[in-house]
Design a protein around this ligand. Structure first.
Ligand code: UT7
Length: 328
């Protein structure tokens, strides 16, 4: 019997209305629009309302994905949310989303893989469909990074944004996911982390006073790893298929820094202006949501057409990384 082909059959996104520009940030911390644009490629980012949590953004994106797949919530067999900014520790954000979608028997769980979360979640979802266990899996990547951002730390607060993307996976006749490469290196976990709030350092007055409930990053060191690892991951996903850089129509990467993406493209020998999808200017780094929203917008804008071979490529805290080749 032929193996099932699994593909993305619906996409959605949600970006909060509130825009925070570099000019706005100039009033909050000692920074400039020139520094932020020059070092990162970010012009503005979206910030969720106080009453808007990660699950709210995920639900908006999910509803759009359901519509685009012409499916109803009842058609979904499994719900996965990729997030490092869940509504709360438990219940999982996936269970909260499930309840909001009104499908209260559907299995649901979160994956905590930081910026690579969308790739990991797609990888997990695809196995359930390939094996015939489920027909349709709803994957969301949703982050309220503003809730873990230290607005007094200029080295990180200029980078992050909020948003959500969603994809529905199902069986397809042609193409679909051709290869998956995932990786992790826990020895470098200190490079990007939120130190307190877990079982190691539960919330206390001293952890709050020490600002330990915000993300901490060693940007420079992380930058070096990001370039190397994203280029390697791309190779690991494409090489087994015999694909060369020229065979990829578009790379849709995690949007951490335009300089990282240009350097990755250079290593791969491709023209970043033509073959790397970018929306970092509008949204900043939305962790797991970045590549999900980027895929949705690339398709909306006609940058991905039927028959195209695209590459999703992400890297983040953990460290974690992942790359997926999809024939659209
Ligand atoms: O999402 C996946 C994980 N994230 C990443 O992969 C991010 C990787 N890292 C980066 O994107 C970059 O390292 C940053 C954008 C975070 C920083 O860029 P950089 O070129 O590595 O700058 P730097 O950290 O080496 O800082 C250079 C200078 C420093 O001043 P001195 O020490 O040279 O006087 C910083 O204090 O820039 C200063 N600086 C700023 N100046 C103005 C740091 N942040 C700012 C700022 N505005 N917002």
């Amino acid at each position: 019997m032929d193996e099932k082909k699994v593909g993305i059959i619906g996409l959605g996104k949600y970006l909060p209305e509130n825009r925070l520009t570099n000019k706005d940030l100039e009033k909050i911390v000692d920074t400039t629009d020139d520094w932020i644009m020059g070092r990162t490629g970010i012009k503005e980012r979206r910030i969720a309302r106080d009453d808007e949590a990660t699950s709210d953004m995920a639900v908006h994106a999910a509803k759009m994905a359901l519509k685009s797949a012409k499916l109803k919530p009842e058609d979904i067999d499994l719900i996965i949310v990729a997030t490092i900014t869940p509504d709360m520790f438990f219940p999982s954000t996936a269970c909260i989303v499930q309840n909001k979608l009104g499908i209260n028997r559907t299995p649901a769980f979160d994956v905590s893989v930081a910026c690579s979360g969308f790739i990991y979640a797609i990888a997990i979802a695809s196995q359930f469909i390939k094996s015939g266990i489920y027909k349709h899996v709803l994957v969301m990547a949703a982050e309220k990074m503003s809730s873990v951002t230290d607005w007094k730390d200029r080295s990180t607060c200029v980078l992050m944004g909020d948003g959500a993307g969603a994809a529905i996976l199902g069986e397809v006749k042609d193409g679909g996911i051709l290869s998956i490469h995932l990786g992790a290196d826990g020895s470098k976990g200190d490079l990007l982390k939120m130190p307190a709030g877990g079982s190691r350092l539960p919330a206390s007055i001293s952890t709050v006073e020490a600002r330990m409930h915000f993300l901490k990053m060693q940007g420079n060191e992380l930058f070096r790893h990001a370039v190397k690892i994203m280029a390697e991951a791309a190779l690991k996903a494409t090489e087994p298929l015999g694909l060369k850089a020229d065979d990829i129509s578009l790379i849709i990467p995690h949007q951490a820094n335009i300089r990282i993406l240009n350097a990755v493209a250079k290593r791969m020998g491709i023209d970043p202006a033509k073959k790397v999808y970018l929306n970092i200017e509008k949204y900043g780094n939305m962790s797991a949501a970045s590549s999900a929203v980027a895929l949705c917008e690339a398709v909306e804008e006609g940058r991905v057409k039927k028959g195209d071979t695209i590459l999703l490529d992400a890297f983040g805290a953990g460290l974690t990384w992942g790359a997926i080749v999809i024939k659209w």
